[in-house]
Structures are given as structure tokens and as C-alpha cells.
Write a protein that binds this ligand. Structure first.
Ligand SMILES: Cc1cc2nc3c(=O)[nH]c(=O)nc-3n(C[C@H](O)[C@H](O)[C@H](O)COP(=O)(O)O)c2cc1C
Length: 239
């Protein structure tokens, strides 16, 4: 199976340690591709909207974004990680998510996304891991992913993994091993189930795209929906 990991920090800190524990189960059987932010996508979205209006290849940062987006699309499992910075995901994670706005359902969602599973791993010192995970989950769910598992950790102690109280390290390791074991035993040959919320969001976007396409058949998003057959009877969870 293919796994893509997006590390929201380049630091080999607590987030990195937790992610390594998670991947341990998968290493032997999987093809794992990792990206570290900001190194692998160091630029910010400038808001030119070329990705939406002309196509994602027109983005000034397309070389970075294309590598990450194509790896995500080839994955059975997506792993996104981030420590909490001021109660949210890291700025570099947010910068990447901005670059991937064209994949949101109101624009040009990729049919492959609806079949995938994802895991979000966040942690913090005291508070903010949940809101950091929510930042990431928001994008993933609007890309069309239904099966998203969230791991949040709270250190309440030292911020260096090796200096954390032994009891805390054991607690986090056990929690992560349980999660990893559960996800390892999923049959990735079978596509993920698409939940009702995703279907409602899709159908609402379809209604908007249908009217946009009728008004302007050259509008890129509408053309994508028409090409996929989604303005007719096709649905991404049926193919
Ligand atoms: C810029 C910055 C902002 C932070 N904001 C928070 C925060 O809002 N809440 C919190 O509990 N910890 C916060 N922290 C602490 C980190 O989340 C915590 O140390 C975490 O374990 C770092 O993970 P890492 O070792 O993977 O880098 C912040 C740290 C930094 C550098």
C-alpha cells in the first residue's frame, strides 16, 4: 500500500516521534513517501487564483505543489502531522493547505480522494492539539475524505520527547500503537465508505456547479464536474 506523510514541521521533535511510532507497523508492507514542511513547499499562496481560474499548473509554486498533490492522490492512507502553534496547525501546514484549495469540493475535487483514509496526528504542551487537528480535518473533509482518524496528544510536562516523564511517554506510545494497529488491519483494497455529510456537501456543490456550467461552459470548475459526469448521474463514490 502507498502512504503519504505530510509533516507540518521539519523538527525531529515530539510530533516526529509520535509519527514514527505510528508508521512502525506499516514500514515492512508499505511504500511510504514523506514530505517535510516548510522545506518541501516553502512558498505562500499569493492569492492570484490562477489555480482556480486557469488550472493548478499555473500556480507559481506548481513544482512543489504538484509533487505533493500527486503523491496524495496515489496514496491509500494519508498521514498529516502538526504540533500546535498558537492553538492551530503550523503556518507551513496552513500554507500547503491554501495551495491545495483547488481540490476542495466547491472547485475541482479529485475522485480518488473519496476512497481514501487519513490520519491526523497533533500534539501540544497544554491546549491547542484539537484545534490544530480541526484545521487540517477541515481541508481533508472538503477534499472528499470521509474516514479521518484524529490523534491528539497533550504533554503537560517537558517539551523534549526524551525528557518527558516515563509514564507520559508510555501512555502516548500505547495510545499511538493502538491506533496504528487498528489502521493497519483495514482492508485498503476496499475503498472507504463515503459518509452522509460528504454526500450532502457534494450534492450542494453539484447544484452550484450545474448552474455555473449552464451560465458559462468554459468555467474550469464546471468543466471538471461535467467531464467527471457528476453533473449527470455519476458520483465519485460509485465509480
Ligand atoms: C510558535 C509556537 C507556538 C506554540 N503554541 C502552543 C499552544 O498554543 N498550545 C500549546 O499547548 N503548546 C504550544 N506550543 C508548544 C508546542 O506545541 C509543543 O512544545 C510541541 O510539543 C512541539 O512539538 P514538536 O516537538 O514536534 O516541535 C507552541 C510552540 C511554538 C514553537
Amino acid at each position: 500500500m502507498n502512504i503519504t506523510v505530510i509533516n507540518g514541521t521539519g523538527k525531529h521533535g515530539v510530533t516526529y516521534h509520535l509519527k514514527e511510532i505510528f508508521l512502525e507497523h506499516f514500514r515492512e508492507k508499505s511504500n511510504i513517501r514523506e514530505f517535510y514542511l516548510p522545506k518541501d513547499c516553502p512558498a505562500f499562496c499569493s492569492g492570484c487564483t490562477d489555480c482556480i481560474l486557469k488550472g493548478e499548473h499555473f500556480c507559481k509554486d506548481a513544482d512543489y505543489v504538484y509533487k505533493i498533490a500527486s503523491s496524495l492522490l496515489e496514496s491509500d492512507l494519508i498521514v498529516m502531522t502538526s504540533p500546535a502553534y498558537v492553538m492551530h496547525a503550523t503556518g507551513s501546514m496552513k500554507a500547503l493547505l491554501d495551495h491545495l484549495a483547488y481540490l476542495w469540493m466547491p472547485h475541482r475535487p479529485a475522485p480518488e480522494m473519496f476512497k481514501k483514509r487519513a490520519v491526523i496526528i497533533t500534539q501540544c504542551l497544554g491546549a491547542g492539539a484539537k484545534s490544530a487537528a480541526k484545521d487540517i480535518k477541515h481541508s481533508l473533509s472538503w477534499w472528499g475524505i470521509s474516514e479521518i482518524t484524529v490523534f491528539t496528544g497533550k504533554l503537560i510536562g517537558n517539551i523534549v520527547w526524551e525528557k518527558l516523564a516515563k509514564k507520559k511517554r508510555i501512555e502516548l506510545t500505547k495510545k499511538m500503537n493502538r491506533l496504528s494497529d487498528r489502521l493497519f488491519h483495514i482492508d485498503y483494497e476496499k475503498p472507504s465508505k463515503v459518509n452522509v455529510i460528504t454526500k450532502i456537501k457534494f450534492l450542494f456543490c453539484r447544484m452550484v456547479q450545474k448552474s455555473l456550467y449552464e451560465n458559462d461552459p468554459e468555467y474550469l470548475d464546471g468543466k471538471h464536474w461535467a467531464k467527471m459526469g457528476w453533473l449527470g448521474k455519476e458520483r465519485p463514490w460509485r465509480t
